[in-house]
Design a protein around this ligand. Sequence first.
Ligand SMILES: *[C@@H]1O[C@H](CO)[C@@H](O)[C@H](O)[C@H]1NC(C)=O
Ligand SMILES: *[C@@H]1O[C@H](CO)[C@@H](O)[C@H](O)[C@H]1NC(C)=O
Length: 502
Amino acid sequence: MDIFSRGYCGIWLQMASIWFVAVLMQNFRGSLSTSNYLIGLGSYDITGPAADVNMMGYANTEQIASGVHFRLRARAFIVAEPRGSRVVYVNLDACMASQIVTIKVLERLKARYGGLYTEQNVAISGIHTHAGPGGYLQYVVYIVTSLGFVRQSFDVIVDGIEKSIIQAHENLRPGSIFVNKGELLDAGVNRSPSAYLNNPAEERNKYKYDVDKEMTLIKFVDDEWGPIANTLINLELLKIPRRVSSIVPNINENRKEWMKVAASFKSSQGEPATRFSSAAKRVRNSLRLANRPQFVSAFCQTNCGDVSPNVLGAFCIDTGLPCDFNHSTCNGKNELCYGRGPGYPDEFESTRIIGERQFKKAIELFSKATEQLKGKVGYRHAYVNFSNLDVARGNDVVKTCPAAMGFAFAAGTTDGPGAFDFKQGDDKGNAFWRLVRNFLKTPNQEQVNCQHPKPILLDTGEMERPYAWAPAILPVQILRIGTTCHSQCTWRVHYHGWPAPS
Ligand SMILES: *[C@@H]1O[C@H](CO)[C@@H](O)[C@H](O)[C@H]1NC(C)=O
Ligand SMILES: *[C@@H]1O[C@H](CO)[C@@H](O)[C@H](O)[C@H]1NC(C)=O
């Protein structure tokens, strides 16, 4: 099961990551005339405790870290107008960002840089890996299976983000930014396709697919450094983070070669991935090549919560037949239904294949990105109480209510079963779990009505003991570079008296 399918992460990424679906940094010599921004990048290790800590995402007590497959990193990108505002985007190899992590990072940035980087212009997001240590969030629901807060997880993420931003800040150099978009069709599927069909037809008709298949790539081009030769690539995959990095001879002609070299690269253990030194910036000698800024790329998420890399579909492990479409069950039981990745039954191979598909699409978009971003850098930030929002539905205005997890939540998705005998799409519930639930918190009639037809398993939005189980107030954030409006024109969103776009 995935405790963030429609929760914290979903909201965060839709608002925060739209401009950074994929971010790559490239360097070009002698294109000074085109530069219009200052660009800085940084990358730092955030691997954290590699053993005996529950991993974040599946809420499965048995998924305990027992070694390192690929190290995890924070990657920071700063874009500034030479004499204007700036934005910071940090992509974490973690399931999601965490408000308490953000608060700590901002505290440190304030001590270091005064008012330059604040909650307003710093956005932190995660790649939604389920293979990173948990315990770094402050709400009870998210740390039940990690048996509480894990200081080591928290500290390493805070430290890594801070260091990656410091690097990016110290690297700020003139450059230009290009954007490109394309469809990536074979790397993700909707993991609750039957639930999706419950959306009204007129809404579904607006979209070609039942998940967002568009990849948006943002390419950063440095004014001073040579073409892409000898740059270093880091990239993340969808589920289990995997990083490949390499010295690249020619990005366009030698893709295959590049992939081979990239795959053989060992990640630097806790070392910064960028090596800008202020001396090296200017000294053009034989050492220059060695000190050339390395390529930093981040594969950032958009609508992660709905997307599964198990693209072959969900099958029963006993019969090998597809699971029941509406309930993800096999013969009425959900324990036997599992999603299959393209490398089935090898999950590492599936990870590699999905990663390669994303990587190839990114390279294609990267090599053809010609639309230049121009104009102001801007940002918007608001804390929004999601437990009491007005939402327009047709001509009506309806209200949200405090968060609650339904019985169907515990059933998991087509990716894999949840615990016990919960079923996807359950709108009745079961007496035993209702009893357990009541022991924790009995939802009042107003909440039951508001959540109807979903039967409430855990009334998380109203559970405050020993402290808050789920957030009510969430940050909503938009970073913007340039004034071109693309299909996902989030700038038109207005919250809480945000000024109109300029
Ligand atoms: C799934 O449920 C819908 C709505 O109840 C129903 O129309 C459909 O036939 C079901 N599909 C399958 C494969 O059971
Ligand atoms: C959020 O809104 C709810 C419903 O109006 C209210 O009860 C709650 O106190 C609010 N939360 C905060 C932290 O303001």
